[in-house]
Design a protein around this ligand. Structure first.
Ligand code: ADP
Ligand code: MG
Length: 234
């Protein structure tokens, strides 16, 4: 579903590469934690899958296509097939929860009837039944992130990328978010979640890919993420 082939990303010739010689395959319907300290390259990885950045060396394939070969005018179509969840939620502040989710459908040209039917279903999946009329500031952080997830999945993407989605949430709220991501994954969506929350990683026992200074230093099925990564990295 996502394949990095001997991939290197250099932002700046004077610093070390953000990603270096990364070869990695994420299969359809997999759930992968991308772990590593701040600056290890997690967000860069996500931006590359979305073609928000380009390769310096090597290639990234998404759903069998080399993203470097996707023409600019087709990039929106690539991105429509990928849901993205952010640490800071990124909701439209002056739109209700319903309208935030609906907006993601409107931009793909869905009819009002389809939107009216679909949005309540998706809000129910993320546990926000009956809260569609709330403004973001009337929702807790965890609820705002649920809206963010609803928006990311409403167009039924094959891939869901989540960049530290629990980074602003307390542990209990975070586990609620993880239950939703697991549920989405069980229904066949490939999920890649960047995090440095070892409690979450250790309680879910999914595949763990660990980055350190832009290199993959570990790739384990049912992995854990223990100890203090900064101490380990030196
Ligand atoms: P993480 O998400 O794991 O914290 P990032 O992917 O954001 O890591 O960053 C990896 C490295 O790339 C860091 O050294 C960071 O400073 C650098 N970097 C990230 N984005 C840019 C950019 N747009 N321009 C230059 N350097 C960048
Ligand atoms: Mg990051």
């Amino acid at each position: 579903m996502i394949r990095f082939d001997n991939f290197t990303k250099i932002y700046d010739q004077k610093s070390r590469p953000a990603l270096q010689s990364v070869s990695l395959e994420v299969n359809r319907s997999e759930f992968v934690f991308l772990v590593g300290a701040s600056g290890s390259g997690k967000s860069t990885f996500i931006r590359l899958v979305l073609k928000e950045e380009s390769a310096s060396l090597g290639a990234v394939h998404v759903a069998g296509r080399n993203v470097a070969d996707i023409a600019g005018w087709r990039v929106p179509r690539l991105r429509r097939g990928i849901g993205v969840v952010f640490q800071d939620f990124r909701l439209l502040p002056n739109k209700t929860a319903f309208a935030n989710v609906a907006f993601a459908m409107q931009v793909t040209g869905k009819s009002r009837a389809v939107i009216r039917e679909t949005v309540p279903d998706v809000l129910r999946i993320v546990g926000l039944e009956g809260k569609g009329n709330r403004m973001p500031h009337e929702l807790s952080g965890g609820e705002q992130q649920r809206v963010g997830i609803a928006r990311a999945i409403v167009n039924k993407p094959a891939i869901l990328l989540a960049d530290e989605p629990t980074g602003n949430l307390d542990p209990t709220t975070s586990m609620g978010i993880m239950n939703i991501l697991e549920h989405i994954n069980r229904n066949g969506t490939t999920v890649v979640m960047a995090t440095h929350d070892n409690t979450i990683v250790n309680s879910l026992r999914k595949r763990v890919v660990e980055l350190r200074h832009g290199r993959v230093v570990r790739d384990e099925a049912q992995g854990i993420y223990g100890g203090d990564i900064r101490a380990a990295a030196g």
